[in-house]
Each structure stands twice: as C-alpha cells, then as structure tokens.
Design a protein around this ligand. Structure first.
Ligand code: FES
Length: 401
C-alpha cells in the first residue's frame, strides 16, 4: 500500500462545516448530496473511490428533544478537483425505515444548508496493482484526468445490493477509466426497478464500456426475462451467477457491499470456491446483529468510587488523558473515552467503518466485532475502540499513530 493510500484511507478523522451545493433525487427514497469543499480544506477531503464520510448534525426526536446524530455515507463519485483548488464530495442518502437522519435529509436537506462532514475514511478500496501500489495511488495524482491513469489492467467483480451501489459505482468508474483492458462485472440486487439507484449513470457507464462492463440487475420482487435475474440472491442463485452469468475466473479483486447476510453469503461462497480473502473487499451497511446494539457510544455510565474500575489512558491529537471505567459496566474504550473527550473519532460504532481505530500501547483488550481492520493492522496492535473492552486493569491506547 502506498503512503498516499495509507494517508487517505487511515487519516485521522476531523469534522469541518461544509455547505451543500446540490441535492439531486435518485429514487423516491434516495438523494445524492453534493458538498462544496473550499480550496483551503481540499487536502483534507481528497479520497479514494470506495471511501465514505460521516455527517453530523443536531435533530429533534419525536418529543422535540435535540440529539446529535451522525451517520456514515459512501462517496458515490470519482475524485474531482477544480481549477481554483476547490473540490467536492458527493454522497447518496437512502431513507432507512425509521432512520432519523436519512428521513430528515430526504425531506429537508437543500442547497445552502451546512453540515459537519468528517474527512473521508474507509478501507473499501482497490489494492490491485504493481508491488502493492494500487491504481488508486495514480488516482490521487491525477484527480481530474482518470483517462490518463496508467493503472494495471485487471478483472473485477462487484456484488452490491440497494445503496451498496454507492461506493461500487465510484470504484467501477475509476477502474474502468484507469486501463483500456480492465473488465468489470457488476451484479446489482434490488427489490424492484423503481429502487435502482444511479440507473441512468449505470446505463451511461455501460454505453461507454459496452464490452468491458457487464451489468446484471437482479430484482427480487419483479419478474425479469431471465429467471436467474429474478428473486432474492440466495446460495443457489449466487452459485448459478458465478458459474454462468459473470466472468468469475481470473478475478483480481472482488467488491461486496450490502447487508450483512448477503455479504457473508458471498464471502463464504467465494472462500469455498478457493478465492483468497486478500482478493475480497467488503463493506457492510450494519453489523446486522440485532442482539447487539450498534455500538454503545454515549451510553451513560455512572462512576462510583467504591467500584472496581479499569484505568484507560489515551492519546488524541497529542493530548494524553485518562478515564476510569467501572468493570461491571463492560463499556467499550470509545464509550469511556467519549465521557472525557467528546471529540474522539467514531462513525458507525458497530465495528464496520474503522474510524475509531487506535493502537494498543499497553494492557490487553477483547474485541467483539471487527469488520474493518485487516490482519496486518491487528498484527501491529491496532484495535477498534468501539468494540474493545479492557481485560487488564490498565490499558493505554493511542489514536494518533
Ligand atoms: S466507529 Fe466504526 S468501527 Fe468503530
């Protein structure tokens, strides 16, 4: 991985106010939101296709009580910058059932509004290329001229469902533009045609790369001419797709993005077919574990001097502090740290995004879920603080390294 890739994929997260420059409706329940990035902040908002930003604002609940709400959304466009040094970030926001932020954004958000936007994060990016240097490295150096990129040719397959198309369309556009021999097979699952996001953009991409892009729309609640493209993607359908519809041989990289069950099914199926895990990138909407709340950031914990506590010491932005965490509370390191430093970075609080990553310096922890860190990061001692609980009396972590 190049330095540039590391910088953009694992840079320390920070929020800035950005102004919405455009809101475009994609479907009845999804919008594309463009944020203008002024020249002085452009360096903090460069990104790699496949990354996401967290958005933060304050919204009233049903009782009218105000709450800070933050949600992560994938960036749906390839990187662009303008002659004056400014740039832009585009995300797609699909209305979730009961989702406070997404419902508000779909109904209310408009050009001119200002939101807190976190610098782009995430490791759902292509690693394909020479000596570990990725095509994305070239993207960073040629943001406005993807056609000039000298990426290695590759064969890529993506399986996306619903709003899982958002990072995938940015990745597909970039990889296809990077090399004239690259092929990309995209399986895109939705309930019905009216739910398909970026329908026109996908059709345009297909027109641009008729032989190199293979586009397979699978609709679970609508009859398509080919039975294979109708119905939910289960194990049988996935095997059939891999065996007959898509170019599944000699694939350099797989991209999976959707709900937990689909991504897990695809990962298991690919592993059973002998695909090495280092060729598979995946991103989940949520951890899909209803038995575990989506992290416990902000959960109130009352400290009581008579109780046993863990001592958690952490360094953030060069400042070191500590916090006591009652052992019976079994709270996460993130949860404890947020009580004394509200600026500790997090987004999903569910072990998915990697924003809360820190390095364990001393002590031991146990981690519940990890859908974000790669093996080499675990080997170096990195942990997801939203999922980590102390197992030694004292624990020290560093968010800065
Ligand atoms: S905040 Fe997303 S993994 Fe911890």
């Amino acid at each position: 991985m190049t330095t540039e890739t590391q910088t953009a994929s694992r840079r320390r997260a920070s929020f800035h106010n950005l102004t919405v420059s455009e809101v475009r409706r994609l479907t009845d329940d999804a919008i594309e939101v463009t944020f203008g990035v002024p020249a002085e902040l452009a360096g903090q908002y460069d990104y790699l296709p496949g990354q996401y930003v967290a958005l933060r604002t304050t919204l009233p609940d049903e009782q009218g009580e105000l709450h800070e709400v933050r949600r992560s959304y994938s960036i749906c466009a390839e990187p662009r910058s303008f002659a004056d040094g400014s740039s832009e970030i585009r995300v797609a926001i699909k209305k979730d059932l009961g989702g406070l932020f997404s419902t508000w954004a779909n109904a209310e958000l408009k050009a001119g509004d200002v939101l807190d936007v976190m610098s782009p994060q995430g490791a759902f990016i292509s690693r394909h290329g020479k000596d570990g240097a990725s095509v994305q490295h070239n993207v960073m150096n040629s943001m406005n001229h993807p056609e000039e990129l000298a990426g290695e040719p590759g064969n890529f397959v993506a399986i996306a469902a619903g709003s899982g198309i958002t990072p995938v369309i940015a990745i597909a556009r970039t990889l296809l533009a990077a090399n004239p021999e690259t092929t990309f097979d995209l399986v895109y699952a939705n309930k019905a045609a009216m739910d398909v996001m970026f329908l026109e953009e996908l059709a345009d991409l297909k027109d641009k790369y008729p032989s190199r892009l293979a586009l397979h729309h699978v609709l679970s609640r609508e009859q398509r001419i080919a039975p294979l493209m109708t119905g939910r993607i289960d194990s049988e359908k996935l095997q059939a797709l891999l065996s007959s519809a898509i170019r599944a041989e000699d694939v350099d990289e797989w991209f999976l993005c959707g709900p937990f069950e689909l991504v897990q099914l695809c990962r298991d199926t690919l592993a059973a077919r002998g695909v090495e895990p280092e060729h598979v990138r995946f991103e989940l909407f949520t951890t899909g574990r209803p038995d575990r709340p989506e992290g416990n950031a902000g959960r109130p914990v009352v400290e009581d001097e008579s109780q046993d506590t863990y001592k958690i010491t952490f360094t953030l932005d060069g400042l070191t502090g500590d916090v006591a965490s009652p052992t019976h509370a079994r709270e996460s390191i993130l949860n404890a740290a947020l009580r004394v430093r509200p600026d500790v970075p997090f987004a999903c609080a569910g072990g998915v995004c990697g924003t809360c990553r820190a390095k364990l310096i001393t002590g031991t922890v146990t981690m519940d879920e990890n859908y974000a860190l790669e093996q080499d990061e675990l080997d170096k001692g990195y942990v997801l603080t939203c999922q980590s609980h102390p197992t030694s009396e004292e624990v020290t972590v560093d968010f800065d390294v």
